[in-house]
Design a binder for this molecule. Sequence first.
Ligand SMILES: NC(=O)c1ccc[n+]([C@@H]2O[C@H](COP(=O)([O-])OP(=O)(O)OC[C@H]3O[C@@H](n4cnc5c(N)ncnc54)[C@H](O)[C@@H]3O)[C@@H](O)[C@H]2O)c1
Length: 271
Amino acid sequence: MELRAKNAIVTGAARGIGRAIALKLAEAGCNLALADLGSASDSALTYNLAAMADLNRTADEARKFGVKAVAIAADVTRFSDCERMAREAAAQLGGVDIVINNAGIIAVGPVANMPEETWDRVMAVNAKGPFLVSKACIPYLTRNREGAIVNIASVAGKTAHAALSAYCASKFAVVALTQALAEELGPANIRVNAVCPGYLRTAMWTDVLVKALAPLWGVPEGEAFDRFVERNTYLHREQTPEDIGEAVVYLCRADNVTGTTLNVAGGGEVH
Ligand SMILES: NC(=O)c1ccc[n+]([C@@H]2O[C@H](COP(=O)([O-])OP(=O)(O)OC[C@H]3O[C@@H](n4cnc5c(N)ncnc54)[C@H](O)[C@@H]3O)[C@@H](O)[C@H]2O)c1
């Protein structure tokens, strides 16, 4: 699929991986509707999310590539927000050809101690969010002769680990949703794929995972990520948001690829 002048929605676009996906799509010529929560606080979490100013900054950077970019505050767990996002994107850009379900959150802790509210919120954002966003966008996607959905799952959606039950369960769900939706939307020539990122130095690691791992390993927080990556990847190196952006661009272009999950993990997951 030619990406120039196509219209794409990216959720969780204010920072991290979502921001890099947005900029790679802008570089490829896509107009963008960039969505994020619009508030840095989520009471179920131990860390801050992105603010509206971060989202506006992504939109400003995307416009430097000469494309349209609009910033939309939307919580992917609310269907009314998802419908408004799809409607505004279609109205302001002229249609919706591509949807990137990237918004996600993480919580760490054993099942025995995990508050029910935390489990529910992780599942609501990570698993139900891509369902609601896709549901809201399908009426627009299917007006065209071609289109693509890319879900940002995780290596945690292939192999689960202790203390990450909700996160892993939510990402397994994203992989399943990707396969089901690929079969459903194939006849409309809408391709549905997932990227499974490995280990990236974004807020999920710097604000959450290193705080859990460092005391377990008896190392300073500043060393925990590097040690993890060294031990758990064939290539002994971290992945970058730009790596994930390039994988997303590939999956948007690849006319005969659907229902797949592409690991971008330096060998940290090979199935
Ligand atoms: N960082 C990693 O190592 C890693 C690895 C595998 C997968 N991922 C996945 O990549 C995606 C992006 O994560 P990241 O690492 O960039 O983290 P991040 O916290 O920097 O970015 C997540 C973005 O999603 C937004 N968001 C959260 N809840 C939302 C909601 N309800 N509605 C709308 N937006 C919401 C946040 O404000 C933030 O901008 C997530 O789906 C994550 O699970 C990350």
